[in-house]
Design a protein around this ligand. Structure first.
Ligand SMILES: NC(=O)c1ccc[n+]([C@@H]2O[C@H](COP(=O)([O-])OP(=O)(O)OC[C@H]3O[C@@H](n4cnc5c(N)ncnc54)[C@H](OP(=O)(O)O)[C@@H]3O)[C@@H](O)[C@H]2O)c1
Length: 298
């Protein structure tokens, strides 16, 4: 089906595609853009539940940063009336990812503590909203530079630590020495030794990105996992979008309901036009992004 795009989300994965990281571009030429909000333009044969003119949010397999986007009906969800299209466009890749990370990959339990690396980005900001909404426990974030600490505290992280020397001790201190139950890590394998050192017995480490690019290191020796009583798993919404699209759409539906009911504050920074998107990509590429960016398209 096709969508007349009103707004499109901007993502770090667009940067990885532009950078040429392996696995992010199915074929060249490639137009970036993995999420949109707009109105249904046309549906294909057999699509019964969506009609032209209906306001929708959708995952796109690339091609979202465009006036017309092509996607599958199964990845397209009606937008509740209360939610502006600007807000809805930013929900698929950050909030649905965050929701699936917590619910399905990490299986967050009530009151469990969570450590998030790169806490000030789009996914990190969504996690700051979702962990309390899902009755999670203490929320700790790491950032790449000390000047980000104050702003990440403001979005809801109880402890924010700039990555560097003493990180393990600082995370442990933030949990009263107990360690964390869940680690959400988009930094490839660069922080894995830290993750293992701060994870409490029974904890889950979820790797969900490789922000720095480059080849990841081999996973730790079996003894570290067995001896540490920890699990390491992975998560990719792009793979899940292909293998189990209904699960991805269900997460988005749930998120839009939570926004409509006032349970989540899905604030975004509006980018005025498609012409301004390359500058935002440069901002994200430099690790200088702050929260979620959504571009006005039409
Ligand atoms: N697996 C999935 O399904 C999935 C879905 C969405 C996003 N992701 C991943 O989750 C991460 C966050 O995505 P996002 O959309 O929230 O991105 P974002 O807002 O652009 O945040 C990315 C953050 O990554 C950190 N970073 C670390 N190394 C970097 C480097 N070499 N260049 C630039 N930034 C670097 C920076 O924070 P600090 O310097 O503070 O650490 C930066 O703010 C990305 O790695 C993305 O690929 C994965």
């Amino acid at each position: 089906m096709t969508i007349d795009v009103a707004y499109a989300g901007v993502n770090f994965i667009d940067v990885m595609a532009r950078r040429g990281d392996a696995g992010y571009v199915p074929a060249w030429p490639y137009v970036p853009g993995l999420e949109v909000a707009g109105t249904v333009r046309e549906v294909g044969a057999g699509v019964g539940d969506l009609t032209a003119g209906q306001r929708v949010a959708a995952f796109t397999p690339g091609g979202g940063l465009a006036e017309v986007a092509l996607t599958r009906a199964v990845l397209t969800v009606p937008i509740p009336d209360q939610i502006p299209s600007l807000t809805a466009a930013g929900a698929p890749m950050t909030f649905s990812t965050a929701w699936l990370l917590l619910n399905q990959a990490a299986r967050l339990g009530s009151g469990e503590s969570v450590l998030v690396h790169s806490a000030g980005g789009g996914v990190g900001s969504a996690l700051a909203q979702l962990v309390p909404a899902m009755s999670g426990g203490p929320l700790i974030g790491t950032v790449g530079r000390p000047d980000k600490v104050a702003s990440v505290r403001k979005i809801g992280y109880e402890a924010v630590i700039a990555r560097g020397e003493g990180l393990v001790e600082a995370v442990r201190a933030a949990t009263g020495g107990a360690g964390v139950d869940v680690v959400l890590d988009p930094l490839g394998t660069s922080m894995l030794d830290v993750d293992l050192a701060v994870t409490a017995p029974g904890g889950r480490i979820v790797l969900f990105g490789n922000a720095g690019g480059g080849r990841p290191a081999p996973l730790p020796a079996l003894g570290k996992l067995i001896g540490g009583n920890v699990a390491i798993g992975g998560f990719s919404i792009s793979s899940l979008r292909a293998s189990a699209p209904e699960r991805v759409a269900a997460a988005l539906r749930r998120i839009l309901d939570m926004i409509a009911n006032g349970r989540l504050d899905a604030a975004v920074t509006k980018v005025d036009s498609l012409a301004d998107v390359p500058a935002v990509h440069q901002l994200l590429a430099g690790g200088r992004g702050d929260g979620k960016y959504v571009a006005r398209v039409t």
